[in-house]
Design a protein. Structure first.
Length: 467
């Protein structure tokens, strides 16, 4: 008779725990068996660095500035973007001559920069003279898309001189329920942008309802650093705001003029936007990569190619299958990292994606989310200094079931630093639930880490046939 078992999983290299080994319990039925758990961590995982200087940073987040950090290297980033126009423009009590001014507003979340907060930097904004290509990549060259003579505006800024070159503001975030504090860098634009949009709305409003038509009218902007080095800043939103006067009537019937403003243009998922990233690794990083030591660096630095021992796990399964009835319970990958010394506090990536190599490009191109079958993600554990992927059984089982039969590279995966976007909600008990809504190659902030020796642990349940 089969005994009731409390399963205990140990973490030794290979451990077989017998829980029903009564030698008198002999029979020919599978039910008369020894029952055990097998935990195997003897598998070898091979890693190697791979340059990642061309990616598709499909994001509304922009990175602006330049840094030279000892231990990390040099990073320069500017951006190009098309705009989604507002389909409605206020014309009631507003005439063409009431358009007062236009500003490009760059929103910087509080503390979202790497480098020196006080160093003065200057951003120049140019008008594009033709539409951006699609797809577009992080190594995009802007030289054929703008003219130096088409400068729309410039602004010096830092992250400390509040109310001078940047403004400290706060707003309610409906996704998190919190109040977010941010800097707003305001770049004065030609008034003609505002009057032109007003005229377009009053004469041909359909253009403002179609991004494809609108980019023929206004292809977009190129924003780049013309002065300063020592800070890279995250810009969470980019919009064009028009300030105008509105004529109205007070309650007592007297005429009055109101000061108003509205966002006529803004970035959106429907239009093309791109971060143009130029990264040169430090001598230390380059030496590690040249020696084959796995290292991740973002943005547009290095990913890690990882060879998952799927066939070895299947061979282990097949061997155990000759001894009894086998079930693959779990497959877990733990990736230890070492922080790389640097002069700017650049840390390991917050989120890491593990994706099948053959799916890497289409994962980002198609705005895919991890499916826990061929793609997985996890958050960095600062205490253990590890990334832990716990759901790999699904992929191994799919291979075992023949789903990828005849396909090359079933063991090839990538470790890629990513940015993850969540929305928060509360259940009826008030507990906060985070739901992943978007994932892109990391570009929100520089990050890096040296990858240690990964460890894969496969856990099996085994019922030995009776002797």
């Amino acid at each position: 008779m089969l005994k009731l078992i409390n399963w205990v999983v140990a973490t030794l290299a290979v451990l077989i725990v017998a829980t029903a080994c009564d030698e008198n319990n002999v029979g020919t039925s599978i039910l008369d068996t020894e029952a055990s758990i097998v935990v195997d961590s003897t598998f070898t995982v091979v890693c190697s660095p791979e340059i990642n200087n061309k990616m598709t940073p499909r994001s509304l987040t922009h990175l602006l500035g330049a840094i030279n950090v000892k231990g990390y290297g040099t990073l320069e980033s500017d951006f190009v973007t098309e705009f989604m126009p507002s389909s409605e423009i206020d014309t009631v009590g507003v005439g063409l001559n009431d358009i007062d001014s236009v500003r490009l507003l760059l929103k910087v979340p509080m503390g979202q920069y790497v480098g020196d907060s006080i160093v003065p930097m200057k951003v120049d904004v140019y008008k594009l003279h033709k539409s951006l290509p699609f797809p577009i990549y992080s190594d995009f060259d802007t030289k054929d898309y703008y003219y130096k003579s088409d400068l729309l505006g410039s602004r010096s800024y830092s992250m400390t001189s509040v109310n001078q070159d940047s403004i400290l503001l706060a707003e309610y975030n409906s996704s998190t329920g919190n109040t977010d504090t941010y800097y707003q860098i305001a770049v004065s634009m030609p008034k003609s942008i505002g009057t032109g949009l007003y005229n377009l709305y009053t004469t041909n409003p359909s253009v403002l309802r179609d991004p494809e038509s609108f980019k023929q009218y206004f292809p977009g902007i190129y924003a780049t650093t013309s002065y300063g080095n020592g800070r890279v800043t995250k810009i969470s939103s980019t919009m064009m705001r028009v300030y105008y006067r509105k004529h109205g009537t007070k309650d007592n019937g007297s005429d009055t003029i109101y000061e108003r403003s509205a966002n006529y243009l803004g970035t959106a998922p429907e239009v093309v936007t791109n971060n143009n990233i130029r990264y040169t690794p430090s001598a230390e990083i380059k030496a590690m990569a040249d020696a084959g030591e796995p290292v991740v660096v973002s943005p547009a630095g290095y990913n890690v190619k990882i060879n998952m021992p799927v066939n070895d796990i299947l061979n282990r399964f097949t061997k155990l299958e000759t001894e009894g009835q086998i079930v693959l319970n779990t497959v877990t990958l733990t990736v230890p990292v070492t922080e790389i010394a640097n002069s700017a506090g650049i840390a390991p990536p917050q989120y890491m994606l593990l994706v099948k190599a053959s799916d890497k490009d289409k994962f980002f191109a198609n705005s895919t989310l991890p499916d826990n079958k061929t793609s997985f993600y996890t958050e960095y554990n600062k205490t253990t200094k590890t990334y832990s992927f716990t759901g790999l059984r699904t992929y191994v089982k799919s291979v075992l079931d023949g789903e990828f039969a005849g396909e090359d590279g079933i063991e090839d995966f990538y470790l890629i630093p990513v940015d993850a976007t969540f929305i928060q909600s509360r259940d009826y008990l008030g507990n906060i639930k985070k739901t992943l809504t978007d994932m892109i190659p990391q570009l929100s902030t520089p990050a890096m880490a040296k990858i240690g020796k990964p460890k894969i642990v496969a856990t099996f349940s085994k019922k030995n046939y009776s002797k």
